[in-house]
Design a protein around this ligand. Structure first.
Ligand code: GLC
Length: 809
């Protein structure tokens, strides 16, 4: 066997970003006391976003008002606002508020965009909070504040706006709020002719209703109207409902005709590009201010649009609803809080990461600033993993519903559909080797979190079948599906792909990653059977695990690490004998997590991962990246080297490494893997990272790409859930079990830390001291003053608080 030399690749050179001279050092900072990130200047390296949602109506909004929103959890068919993907300036159109001085005709916008007034004339601050985004500005001696959020009690997003006169003389202004409607689905909206033909707007005083037709398909009633509205708390003096009338043709959003003219055209759009804009006159004495609410909402009829439109576009209602939003997220975050010696840990853990994980729990990968997709619903593997991180915080009923919904698109043969679509309420796609296995982990974690053993007996249907089976039986069928789809070495067939979607051109190949995941699923089922007293089945799961572990170690060990695949003709992928893709992170971490690696091999595999895949920005997915399209490897090879599945830091995989390192008790290693990717760390390198530091992202570009270190695809990524899970479970070491909380920290020799964790309704105050500065190990635990045997703090009933003292050593 040839032994090509492999050099470690840890160095990542930094190249200056093209197109920007003398960038400012920073664009914002974390404000943990207020649980916010504060953006201090609007000219960030790229738009920085936040999500706003009530669980059903959801939007994302940038720090200059851009983004979109959708109703009833359905971004595929109920998308309301338009946003362009490729336009320049980026992130247009937006939820803008033009402010025009009636005397001087000077114009600026409360959101900076789309006028981009020079910063010496424009003061700006943006507060990014859980559930809201507040943009404050001062320009032309007018102060403004806009808070965007979704009303908990309405299917609508609200813009709560205050305009204040900071001048010494009275000011006569017109404000022009602007929203641009989308034609419900990407396909519809892309076809301008269709958009022109069918759009229909009704404007009536304070409410503009967009009531264009949508084709629901034969089975769901064919062409029917659906209704979105734009409503204002103040009466407009004029309005526009058509893009051409408001903006014009050969001009941009920075100089809309109507704003320049100082009045809208009162044109009612029936067959043109639908927008909502209003002119609201306002005279303010020196020091005076006035508040408004603009609402973008969804309704089922004209009348329904009028009524809630008027009800929700109301300042008192909006203030009350904003209070409710803030309270809701305070309560949510309170489920798990930590004070450690390291802000790298605490700042993301206590606010931003659980918030983001809640967003992925709702949105899966359906719609994000860089994924304006019209074809993805809730991903089966994605949402099962999203549930993992969100469990300590979520209402157990919501978790139960999500897991059961996903199980309902499993086929009777055990294979799962790839996506669930909330609109039609159905699954689609399939053919992957991993999807069905993730349910085993989600169910195990859920039952341990909630104590809801009854869920295992719950009958759940199947995809395109009249049959039903218990949750546990669904999981069994999943395991059996894998067992019926094994290759020549007895390892699971890759089928169309596994978790790594783009390693997909190997008909007949076997996946070592899926073998590891299957082992973890066997362990999960073993635990569940044991919990319900079915010892025989539990023992059977242990045997299944042992059989697969033996095969992995017989066929997939490459000397220093585990292979990624074995092709149909027996060739290895992820081997030192390969030219590209010599080593992959997924198989090596999951063989350890699935408890299939003997201790020496586990250590060697993770050491190799560290040696070859670690970079200052995180650990790469594989190395070296493929240089050219290789039809024998898959679509990852069409990605530029260092992008996405072709050798970037695919962040989602890094928490797996944290978990695996912690399972070996290597607390410093685990923390080091975590630290490289912590949002707090990324906040120190804003000009390299480029994306919003307060939200984690999917991949980090790697060499040879010149943008190495740059973050791609923030927000909807499985990384959020796994990062949160590895922090709580692997590093803090607090893991629910059927009868209580396991305490098993694995830390970078912290001297002490504290945790508050709500578990089944009881708040656990956990104080850990570590005078010997060990990485792992427990000397003593006392619970409410009584010494405990072992490290399982028992669950209690009807006791609001429990105090736990932990001595490591
Ligand atoms: C994307 C997909 C996810 C997949 C991952 C790796 O994030 O949403 O399902 O596992 O890419 O290919």
């Amino acid at each position: 066997m040839p032994q090509p030399d492999i050099e470690p690749v840890n160095e990542v050179p930094v190249h200056p970003r093209p197109g920007i001279i003398d960038p400012p050092e920073r664009y914002g900072y974390f404000d943990p006391d207020n649980r916010q990130y504060v953006i201090t200047r609007p000219d960030t390296p790229q738009p920085w976003y936040n999500y706003i949602t009530n669980g059903s109506f959801t939007g994302y909004v940038s720090h200059t008002g851009g983004g979109t929103c959708f109703a009833q959890g359905d971004p595929v068919e109920k998308r309301i606002l338009r946003t362009h993907l490729h336009g320049r300036p980026a992130d247009q159109p937006g939820r803008w508020i033009y402010i025009r001085d009636r005397d001087s005709a000077a114009v600026h916008s409360a959101t900076w965009a789309p006028l981009y007034t020079p910063l010496r004339k424009f003061k700006y601050l943006c507060r990014v909070g859980a559930g809201y985004m507040t943009i404050q500005a001062e320009c032309n001696r007018i102060r403004s504040e806009v808070t965007y959020f979704v009303a908990p009690d309405a299917e609508a997003e609200l813009w709560l706006v205050t305009i204040a006169n900071a001048d010494r003389r009275a000011r006569r202004l017109d404000i022009f709020p602007y929203a641009e409607f989308f034609l419900w689905s990407l396909q519809r909206d892309n076809n301008l002719d269709a958009a022109f033909k069918c759009t229909d707007i009704a404007a009536d005083g304070r409410v503009i209703v967009h009531r264009s037709y949508y084709d629901w398909g034969e089975q769901r009633g064919g062409w029917q109207r659906q209704f979105a509205y734009f409503a204002s708390s103040a009466a407009p003096s004029s309005f526009d409902t058509n893009l051409e009338a408001f903006v014009g043709i050969f001009r941009g959003y920075d100089r809309p005709l109507a704003v320049q003219a100082g009045r809208c055209s009162n044109f009612t759009n029936r067959g043109g590009e639908p927008i909502a804009a209003m002119q609201i006159p306002l005279t303010l004495k020196p020091g005076a201010s006035r508040s408004f609410v603009f609402a973008v909402g969804y309704a089922r009829s004209d009348a329904e649009a009028q009524r809630p439109g008027r009800r929700v576009a109301n300042v008192a209602f909006a203030r009350q609803q904003l209070g409710k939003v803030k309270q809701r997220w305070r309560d949510y975050l309170a489920h798990f809080q930590a004070q450690t010696p390291d802000p790298t840990f605490d700042v993301p853990f206590n606010t931003h990461l659980p918030y983001q994980s809640a967003i992925t729990f709702i949105c899966s990968r359906s719609i994000a600033p860089y994924l304006l997709t019209g074809t993805r619903g809730l991903g089966y593997r994605d949402s099962n993993q999203d549930a993992l991180g969100a469990m300590p915080y979520q209402d157990p009923q919501a978790v139960r519903r999500l897991i059961a919904t996903l199980l309902s698109i499993q086929r009777p043969n055990g294979e799962a559909c790839h996506d669930f679509f909330p609109g039609p309420g159905a699954g689609r796609g399939g053919g992957y080797s991993d999807d069905h296995l993730w349910s085993a982990l989600a169910v195990e974690w859920y039952v341990k979190e909630s104590g809801d053993l009854a869920f295992l007996d719950e009958p759940v249907g199947f995809h395109e079948s009249d049959k039903q089976a218990s949750v546990l039986e669904h999981l069994e069928r999943g395991l059996r599906f894998t067992e019926r789809n094994l290759g020549a070495h007895g390892l699971p067939l890759l089928r169309s792909a596994d978790w790594n979607d783009c390693l997909n051109a190997f008909p007949g190949a076997e996946s070592v990653f899926v073998a590891g995941l299957y082992c973890a699923a066997c362990k999960a089922l073993e635990a569940l059977y044991r919990a319900i007293g079915n010892k025989a089945r539990a023992r059977r799961c242990a045997r299944r695990h042992a059989t697969m572990a033996e095969r992995i170690n017989r066929h997939a060990w490459d000397g220093q690490w585990y292979l990624r695949l074995i092709t149909r003709d027996g060739k290895p992928v992820g081997s030192k004998s390969n030219r590209y893709g010599k080593i992959f992170i997924e198989s090596n971490t999951w063989v350890v997590i699935g408890q299939a690696a003997p201790p020496r091999r586990a250590r060697a595999a993770l050491d190799s991962v560290r040696k070859y895949l670690a970079t200052p920005y995180g650990h790469r997915l594989c190395w070296p990246p493929y240089e050219d399209y290789d039809p024998n490897v898959g679509t990852c090879t069409i990605f530029a080297p260092g992008q996405k599945e072709n050798g970037s830091v695919f962040c989602h995989t890094n928490p797996w490494l944290v978990v695996a390192e912690a399972m070996l008790g290597r607390g410093e290693r685990a923390f080091d893997v975590f630290r490289r990717l912590s949002p707090y760390t990324k906040d120190q390198i804003q000009n390299i990272h480029c994306a919003e530091p307060y939200a984690v992202n999917s991949t980090i570009v790697m060499p040879p790409n010149l943008e190495a270190g740059r973050a791609r695809n923030p927000w909807l990524t499985g990384f959020a859930s796994w990062l949160l899970a590895c922090m709580g479970r692997a590093i803090l070491g607090i893991r629910p079990d059927f009868d209580g909380l396991v305490i098993d920290p694995c830390v970078p020799r912290w001297p002490a830390f504290r945790v508050q964790r709500i578990f089944r309704g009881t708040t656990y105050h956990i104080e850990v001291t570590n005078p010997d500065r060990v990485e792992r190990g427990i000397k003593r635990i006392t619970v409410d003053g009584r010494e405990l045997e072992g490290n399982l703090v028992p669950a209690v009933e009807d006791q609001p608080e429990v105090h736990v003292q932990v001595l490591m050593g």
